[in-house]
Design a protein around this ligand. Sequence first.
Ligand code: SF4
Length: 325
Amino acid sequence: MLVDRFDRLISYLRISVTDRCNFRCVYCMPAEGIAVSPRSELLSFEEITRVASVGAELGLRKIRLTGGEPTVRRDLPQLVEMLASIRGIEEVAMTTNAALLDELAAPLKDAGMSRLNISLDTLDRDKAARIARRDEWDRVQRGIEAAQREGFGLKFNAVVMRGWNDDELGNLVSFAHSCGAPMRFIEWMPMGLTGQTDRNQTVSWREMLGHLQTRFDLEPEAPTGADPAKMWRCQRTGARIGFISSMSDHFCATCNRMRLTAQGELRPCLHQNAEVDVRRLLRGGASDDELAGAFREAAGLKWAGHRMNDIIPLYSSKDMVSIGG
Ligand code: SF4
């Protein structure tokens, strides 16, 4: 079992398969993008699968593929098949902007992927183009339809930014509900080179809840394990809403996550600048025990929680796009 210094069981690995993305979202990376790594520095499918297999021996049960945008990595269904066949892994899921799902939904489903979190920050086409700095509206809509067609378990995620999309919360809930999925609102978080540290951009979950209660008669759902989202349900419609409150009311005490970057670093926490290099081990002929040692080292480094609310706040020096959220 992989347990950190605070007795938190690490059972969920978020794997970034690329630092490339077909969007340039304002809350994720600078407009000019970032300097992406040469392909030779990205882990191969075999290397990713080996790390995940060692992790499964240590008790990892769930894998989520992230990026950048994971669907821009060529032959992604091949990797999904490799990961889904690892003994002990119960779920392979993915977070995506859905722009390439029209082509990929069916092969990903066939390969063993079960759940999708789709990033949907607005229902306004022009605003979507401003947030993503790309106009991929039609492809995103077709991608969402394809995900439904293939019967994926779906959730929609929106990063809520004051003055950008905090006026659309109710409509987003209704849209997600019409797709049979919960809508989850993520508090905006300062990270990396996006250079934005204006905490006023953050709309707290309580503020969002207050706003939504003017339209929905909401009741809280019982918390479930390490799920970061605080879930609420509309009594009248059954619509489900989640709040991921990293800034105003973090959930670090029950964190079960570890991350693997596309370049092969194990990162114990999204907002902690600590990493253990497993690519060097993999390409240096390391044994599975040595890789297991790297997992334990990373777990041993993990903070009790992020320190973005400290008197002198500490932020991730890396952008979201380089870690995968
Ligand atoms: S900030 Fe770090 S410790 Fe807290 S929930 Fe996120 S990954 Fe876990």
